[in-house]
Each structure stands twice: as C-alpha cells, then as structure tokens.
Design a protein around this ligand. Structure first.
Ligand code: F6P
Length: 320
C-alpha cells in the first residue's frame, strides 16, 4: 500500500502515542506513507487527516493521552457514516487503516472491513477486556496508577484504623481491580464477574481480619460490580468502623505509560502494519504468551475477555 491511515478511538489509554509512533515508523520503514486522523472516526468524517513523518511522532513515546486526539463517534456507527469514511479515505489516497482503541473501535473497524476496506486493529484500553491478547495497551499503566493510590491510602487508613473502599474503572470488567488489588494486598476485591451473594460474604473476612489485629482494611471495587458509595455504606453498617470512599475516576486513564505498555504498544503497532501491508485485514493484533499474534475482529470483541478467577481466589487466600 502506498499510503495507510492511523487513528486512535474511544477512551484514551496510556501507550496510544507509543502505538501511533510504532505504526508510523514501521510503515515508513516499509515504504508507505502515513495519514494520522484527529479524534478517531470523527476526524475521518470531517476530513481531518495529516501526513505523519518520522519526526511527527518524535518525543511522544513517554506521553499519556493521544496526540491525535480521540472520540466516540455516533455518526460512524451507522452504515452511511462508514461509507462516508471510505469516500474520505479514497479522497486522501488512503488504502488501508490501523485503528487503535477498545471494543467499540474494533466493532467500527469490522464495519469498514465488511464494506471491503482493509483495516487492522490494535487493542488499547485500560479495561483489558479485549480477547485475543493477554493484555491491552494501557492496562498495565492503569494498574500501576491504582496500585500507587492503594499504597498511599493504606498509610492513612492505618493511621486512623479505618476501612477504605477504592472504586476503580473497568466498565463491565474486573481486570484493573483484580490486578491492582492483588498487587496492593487488598483485603477484598469486588469484581462484576464474581459478585458475592450476600454483604456478609464481603464483610465477614474484613471483620475476621480486625479480630486478629488488622489495623485497617482496603476493599477494591470495580465500577461494574457495584457503586463504591453503596459498598461503603453497607460495609460501615456491618463492620462498626468508619468507612471512607475514594472513587479514582479518570486519573486511571492518564500518566506516562509504563515500560510494559510502551513495549506492548511498539510491538503491536509494528505488527499491525505488517499485517495490513500483507493484506491481512479484518484482524486485531495481540500478545499471547509474549508472542505477537492476531485474531479476527469478531473474536476480539464478541465477548468480554474472561477474568481469571483463579487469581481472584488466590488474592482472597493471601488476604486472610
Ligand atoms: O473504557 C475505558 C473507560 O475508562 C472505562 O473504564 C470507563 O467506564 C469509561 O471508559 C469512562 O468513559 P468516559 O471517559 O466517557 O467517561
């Protein structure tokens, strides 16, 4: 392909910039030009593409966010929107596209592919809910951000002998809560994939911990499992201690990507170019067992990536 397009779409994730850098430099290395579209599919519909040179992606590997900008685009969800996008690609001389984003973005990519346009996807979302890859870009950074908060909260929780509820993002998936909770030694991790039947299933281990002398407790709640506010109120009724709540929100999406995310983004971005130039569209790249791989879009987003419940069980045992 003489010229390919690249865009970042959906919720931003740390490492998106590193992925755009890898796409751009790998494509140029392979003899193709690159057009970067601003604000995802929205920017395509508005004709906001610009040529990316080697220097356009210099100095961005360590930046959070995405310098191209991102958006969730209603118009593109319709078939008419996708047809309009293909017309814009033709106008721009763009023969194939690399989409960096989460499940909604990959769904959009499938729609373009169904209309005959070559597209390859790169999974980037802090939620880690894309199949066909062990990790999505941004997840590791988000986990480390939450971990940092857990450690800081533990200091004050311990000083006041309080119980803290920390609500994490993740939409309908519990991966961020699970990994950050395990790494942070949380006393309980509440995830949508395994909601306890009764409040006592959550509070009994906390009470047992206090009885054996624990000074404080940290409960990590994934937003898809319950509202942190509800959990905090219900726990306070049962444990007879002051319960405080921290809802972490969008801070989890910001910050410089970790080394892991930069390496993941570099490998996946480059592999996406290889696939697109080999005319293997319709696929989402991934890292499986530390090897780059790819699966069909439909497999990548059709069902949320299953949470590893063995890790959840382990976290419960280690929190005793
Ligand atoms: O998908 C990434 C994510 O950060 C989810 O964890 C969260 O539920 C959602 O996006 C928040 O979306 P918005 O930025 O539109 O509020």
């Amino acid at each position: 392909m003489h010229r390919i397009g690249v865009l970042t779409s959906g919720g931003d994730a740390p490492g998106m910039n590193a992925a755009v850098r890898a796409v751009t430099r790998m494509a140029i290395h392979s003899g193709s030009e690159v057009v970067g579209y601003e604000h995802g599919y929205q920017g395509v519909l508005e004709g906001k593409g610009k040529i990316l040179k080697l220097g356009s992606v210099g100095g961005i590997i360590d930046d959070g966010g995405t310098f191209l900008g991102t958006a969730r685009c209603g118009e593109f969800r319709e078939v008419a929107g996708k047809k309009k996008a293909i017309k814009q690609f033709e106008k721009d001389g763009v023969e194939g596209l690399i989409v960096i984003g989460g499940d909604g973005s990959l769904r959009g990519a499938q729609g373009l592919f169904d209309l005959g346009f070559p597209v390859v996807g790169v999974p980037a979302t802090i939620d880690n809910d894309i199949c066909g890859t062990d990790y999505s870009i941004g997840f590791d950074t988000a986990v480390n951000t939450v971990l940092d908060v857990i450690s800081k909260i533990r200091d004050t929780a311990s000083a006041h002998e309080r119980v803290f509820v920390i609500e994490t993002m993740g939409r309908t998936s519990g991966w961020i809560a699970l990994y950050a909770g395990l790494a942070g030694g949380a006393d309980f991790i509440l995830v949508p994939e395994n909601v306890p039947e009764t409040i006592e299933d959550l509070t009994d281990p906390i009470i047992r911990g206090h009885e054996r002398g624990k000074q404080h407790s940290v409960i990590v709640v994934a937003e898809g499992a319950a509202s942190g506010m509800d959990v905090a109120e219900r726990v306070q009724e049962k444990v007879g201690r002051e319960v405080k709540l921290s809802v972490l929100g969008h801070m989890q999406r910001g910050g410089a990507p970790t080394a892991f995310d930069r390496i993941l983004a570099s490998r996946l971005g480059a592999h996406a170019v290889e696939l697109l130039l080999a005319n293997r569209g319709g696929m989402s790249v991934g890292l499986v067992g530390n090897k780059v791989s790819a699966c069909w879009f439909t497999e990548a987003y059709s069902h949320g990536k299953e949470l590893d419940l063995e890790i959840l069980e382990l976290a419960g045992i280690l929190a005793l």
